[in-house]
Design a binder for this molecule. Sequence first.
Ligand code: GLV
Ligand code: MN
Ligand code: MN
Length: 390
Amino acid sequence: MTLDDIASIGRDAGTGGYRRFAWTDADMELREWFAGEAAARGMELVEDGNGNQFAWWGSGTDALLIGSHLDSVPDGGAYDGPLGVVSSFAAVDRLRADGLAPSRPVVVGNFADEEGARFGIACAGSQLVTGALSADKALGLKDRDGLTMAEVMTARGRDPRNVGRTDLLDSIGTFVELHVEQGRSLVHSDAAVGVATAIWPHGRWRLDFCGEANHAGATLMQDRHDPMQAYAATVLASRQLATDAGARATFGRLEVEPGGTNAIPSRVRAWLDARAADEGELDRMVDDLVGQARAAADRDGTTVTLTAESVSPAVEFDVPLRDRLASLLDAPVLPTGAGHDAGVLSPYVPTAMLFVRNPTGVSHSPAEFADEADCEAGVDALTAVVRSLA
Ligand code: GLV
Ligand code: MN
Ligand code: MN
């Protein structure tokens, strides 16, 4: 079993990228694949009310959870998420081939909707499990076609009344998520595998720039209330603010209404993804950016409003566990600017992450890649970790 087994699922023939959004046909096919892998190993499959799948080797409490997610960003790569799930099943196979009888249950997990590509909230499946995201809020979220999470789950035969906090955390004692690195730290450390120290706080904010639609040819420049101008000024400001703060700011999604080439827009809706090394720095950067957006909007007689859609706090992974894994694997430790389900679970259970080297550092792109030998080293590392912890 390798990543090749799912390589065709949800892949866009034009871009070569993956479009594996929550509860779409591609996601359903991946869920079936996961269920089949569990069945093939005689592992009991449990799907919770949020769509998270768990394949149990053994039963009881204090389980060791390994795994990741199978969904993707728009035109994502093959590794972000699936590498962790496939490596987890591979580690189980190796341990079984070696005759390991684990001292605690070992569970392979596939967390639902990690990327939040459809409903806007990152790590929705794991956030629902912990209660960090309420069922009411999640069920009312709408996708780009205006369908709510409740509606799409119902259409897939799931009961929205089962969405929400579960008792998973009562049965899980440790979580280790393996993931492709989204950066080049391991290239610089000349190591195939590393251990995570922390996740930067990050979030997604929606900015609604509103103005007045009018004719592109007949409206004098000084008479316009064009929200695109304040939006553009905000994007330019974001580069300086993020650079000054050693942080990151990205506008990767935009909707323009009415969207006519020869019409001044009435509204520009833009999504900011911002991340920084600490929460104070992140808040300051977002506040400063919104201040500049307001000033630019005021100048044009337009407005801007800010809505926080998904905010993830700073994560410091369990230090004893991290040190134990780093010494077991003789691996470097590194922080990351990317979010993960491991970050969501880490306040509740001792949690660690293993990163597999990514030679270009590219991620959230069809060009995302990891060498086969490094993926094998990742499975070796995860196998050693499970052997040590279970
Ligand atoms: C998840 O990959 C994120 O950090 O956006
Ligand atoms: Mn991702
Ligand atoms: Mn991921």
